[in-house]
Design a protein around this ligand. Sequence first.
Ligand code: AMP
Ligand code: GLY
Length: 414
Amino acid sequence: MKVLVIGTGGREHILAHKLKQSSLVNEIFAIPGNDAMSDIADVHCEIAETDHTQIVEFAVEHDISWVIIGPEQPLTEGLADKLNAKQIKVFGPNQAAAQIEGSKLFAKQLMQKYHIPTAEYKEISNKSDALSYIETCQYPIVLKKDGLAAGKGVIIAENYGEAEAAVHSLYLQELGTVVFEQFLEGEEFSLMTFVNGDYAVPFDCIAQDHKRAYDDDKGPNTGGMGAYCPVPHIDKEVLNLTNEVIAQPIAQAMYKEGYEFFGVLYIGVILTADGPKVIEFNARFGDPEAQVLLTRLESDLMQHILDLEAKKNIAFKWKDSSVVGVMLASKGYPGNYEKGKTVSGFDLNGNYFVSGLKRDRDKFVTNGGRVILALGEGHDIATAKANAYKAAEKIQSDGLFYRKDISNKAIKHL
Ligand code: AMP
Ligand code: GLY
């Protein structure tokens, strides 16, 4: 069958790479894709991710069997609905169901209604009320702007001064919606769950991302600076409990409310002293969680998607190894950064997944904030980490930086 992947990043790069290993898939296309994927997919950078009309036309003309949508924006803008209208199958939810990621408020209200554990919250829809609220609230407090923000719309304020600055930056005018949320303490992990309506199958391997820009979880939030799996110090019991109190109930809740989710639901969890609580839902694979999880996944991703469609039993099979991924990002990210810096020293054989590079004649140059993920595998996390950093050190560029502590939380527990 022919499969089209939508998106430009490292997540889409591993999706294409993983589909290439499937005996069910004969041809892989990518829109817009990136230049590093051209060995495995027919890349169409000339079509924009936002150009739904052209994407639908392309899928019809090329007789595409399945479209896999990587990023959130096309999902929340209804690309799946437009493809479905032409009888093209899509792995990725329709616009209504994608609100679970697109609107923090939608997700919060659903969780409240169905008693799904999450941080307490308050929605404030004008700046003056927000300024009064922060005079009396408990600190730290978490401020989340409603709507998509690429992981950068969340501010954790430690005190009144920081909260005041956050209010001024999140409310661009007097009106606007910001969710004020109780700060949850505990370890964070990411659970990918395959969902088809009321049928939900979580991955029985979780991943841990590193959201802050700098070592020791310092600095601003980013899209993710590195990830690893499995997470040995968060055991099966926690995974089972998360399935029972979060994954199954949220799938049922959406179904009962008439939202037909089909795709992967990313559950961002904090393991608090009171058990697992949701910090966010995403309507897609995490990036860079996908790169480490799909590297570890031994079984056929396309077969799992077909089994999900048929609501059949899904038995994910994992390699015995651990996988660590270190993100190399443009200096300055998540703030301003320069593009066009030469990057060399990497291969495209499954050891690196490219987020923000483009070809410039005979070399690759940076083209985004997050640039390339260096992967390492090993029989345990410490070995995988050592291999990931060996791979990161091979990369030559004067425009990149990376965290040095990816997976240390697991290593600390060894
Ligand atoms: P989000 O976009 O909602 O995932 O938030 C980005 C990051 O902010 C999360 O991955 C957490 O590291 C942090 N965060 C968000 N909400 C909370 C919370 N209620 N308590 C503690 N940390 C949080
Ligand atoms: N790595 C976090 C995300 O994909 O949202």
